[in-house]
Design a protein around this ligand. Structure first.
Ligand code: ARG
Length: 496
């Protein structure tokens, strides 16, 4: 990594220990350590290094194409930037530990050290305000690919688990009380379905942020004859942003991504919570593989579901990032304000956390194995047949309210006798309601109850099998997601 600025006018912002500042002509002194401590952003925005160089290359190409800079100078800048890209990709150039204020200053300093004074012309017709808004969009776009892959991998793991347990019956819970019989696979897919919407939400956000801020300058555009459509196309954006003031001051695109991340984490948290419950001794439905379990430092017998708890816990911080950015934006006057610098750590950490959590959740799912017998025992103990008895009467013309009442009395009677509903005698049923006949008994069978819920979205085995196939198509990257797919990437041509 190249380092150090020219030691001209020590203490002045354009040189000395802070690297080359991008401003300073109208200052006699440099910023104090207190300002630098809260103001310098290279510590975190160094992650924008690659996209900042890419966007700079697109800008430089435009400067050459339009004649804003002489071809020769633009080409010299471009060669310098291409060299930097190569070095970044080879791991030879990083901003870590550099003394500059931010990633933009770092790039310009390194470029100028490499190619000489031509580097000082790169910032023509550009401001850090349109630059950073562009960088963040590019960075999110690149990162989103991995997140979408993670969503698909997790959905695939859930579909595999569902396929392996197709015959397993369990109680479906409402209010965390046993309710009706359900295929365990149907419940597992209920954790996969939201992932297809998370994917759609991210795709929607990407579609809306597909506009390029470059050319907006500090706030009002630029006097130079820029080719905004060309720069946008070059960087793979659909079009330029339509209002320069808006382009440098809004971060709604980042809010949308944080909202998608926060909700995506909430979905992982709910999956995690079910895994925690299922693996308790009290439920005993499932066991976690050693690779996703931890022990206790004092209680030798413990097997704790820490990864699931961590997923639950990390949801709090991602939701926090969403709230943080909303609060940063609220009441912010137009146009750019330095408050906006606070957007980046929120976005970086949210997407890092979401990506890692998706990988951990997939491992968690792969590490789950279910105890068929425990699921069945829980099911049978909970009078899961009561709705069947009520529905039976409705088919025979009894209003549902009365049918519900009669089936409820059947539960009361079974509870008194300490037996299950199918153990009640035909005479008991007739005593509860005249319309109860002997053909009720087979309908009380949980497997029958499940098979009869044979409609789109129901838990009948055939339906669940089809949904497994649908989720697997989603996992393979082919549709099924309820979101709009992201537009085809034209990709940046910075490396050309
Ligand atoms: N680090 C700044 C940010 O993230 C870059 C833009 C600085 N612009 C300015 N006018 N100081 O927002």
């Amino acid at each position: 990594m190249s380092r150090g600025g020219r030691p001209k006018g020590a203490g002045r912002p354009e040189g000395g220990p802070r690297g080359a500042a991008l401003w300073g002509g109208r200052f006699r002194g440099g910023p104090g350590p207190e300002l630098r401590e809260i103001g310098d952003s290279l510590r975190f925005d160094g992650r924008l290094l690659r996209v900042d160089v890419e966007a700079s290359a697109a800008h430089a190409r435009m400067l050459g194409r339009t004649g804003i800079l002489p071809r020769r100078e633009a080409d010299r800048i471009l060669r310098g930037l291409r060299g930097m890209l190569r070095d970044i990709d080879a791991g030879r150039l990083s901003a870590a530990g550099a003394p500059d204020e931010d990633v933009h200053s770092f790039v310009e300093r390194v470029l100028t050290e490499r190619i000489g004074p031509a580097g000082r012309r790169l910032h023509t017709a550009r401001s850090r305000n349109d630059q950073v808004a562009t960088d963040l969009r590019l960075w999110i776009r690149g990162e989103a690919e991995g997140i979408r892959g993670g969503l698909r991998a997790l959905a695939g793991a859930l579909a595999d688990l569902a396929a392996r347990h197709l015959g397993v019956l369990a109680p479906a819970y409402t209010h965390l009380q046993r309710g009706q019989p359900v295929l365990l696979s149907h419940v597992l897919l209920a954790h996969a379905e939201p992932l297809t919407r998370d994917d759609g939400r991210l795709a929607d956000a990407l579609r809306r942020m597909d506009e390029c801020p470059l050319g907006s300058g500090a706030a009002t555009g630029t006097t130079f004859p820029v080719d905004r459509a060309g720069t946008a196309r070059d960087l793979g954006f659909a079009s330029p942003c339509r209002n320069s003031v808006d382009a440098v001051s809004d971060r709604d695109f980042a809010v949308e991504v944080l909202a998608a991340a926060a909700l995506g984490m909430v979905h992982l948290s709910r999956l995690a919570e079910d895994a925690v419950l299922w693996t308790t001794a009290e439920f005993g439905f499932a066991r976690l593989d050693d690779s996703v379990s931890t022990g206790s430092s004092i209680m030798p017998q413990k097997r704790n579901p820490d990864p699931a708890e961590l997923l639950r816990g990390k949801t709090g911080r991602v939701a926090g990032h969403l709230v943080a950015l909303l609060v940063i934006l609220k009441g912010l006057p137009l146009a750019y304000n330095r408050d906006l610098q606070e957007d980046k750590e929120a976005v970086f950490d949210a997407l890092d956390t979401w990506g890692a959590s998706l990988r951990a959740a997939a491992a968690l799912v792969r590490g789950l194995s279910f105890d068929r017998g425990a699921c069945a025992r829980a099911l049978l103990a909970g009078f899961p047949e009561a709705t069947e008895a009520a529905d039976y009467l409705v088919v025979r013309g009894v209003p549902f309210r009365d049918a519900h009442e009669a089936a409820g009395r059947a539960v009361l009677l079974a509870e008194e006798r300490g037996c299950r509903l199918p153990d009640l005698a035909p005479s008991d049923w007739r005593g509860l309601h005249a319309a109860f006949g002997p053909d009720l008994l087979p309908l009380l069978e949980p497997r029958t109850a499940v098979a009869r819920r044979d409609h789109v979205g129901g838990t009948a085995p055939g339906r669940v099998r089809r949904e497994i196939a649908r989720i697997r198509r989603f996992a393979r990257g082919r549709g099924a997601g309820s979101g709009l797919s992201s537009r085809g990437r034209r990709g940046s041509s910075a490396a050309r």
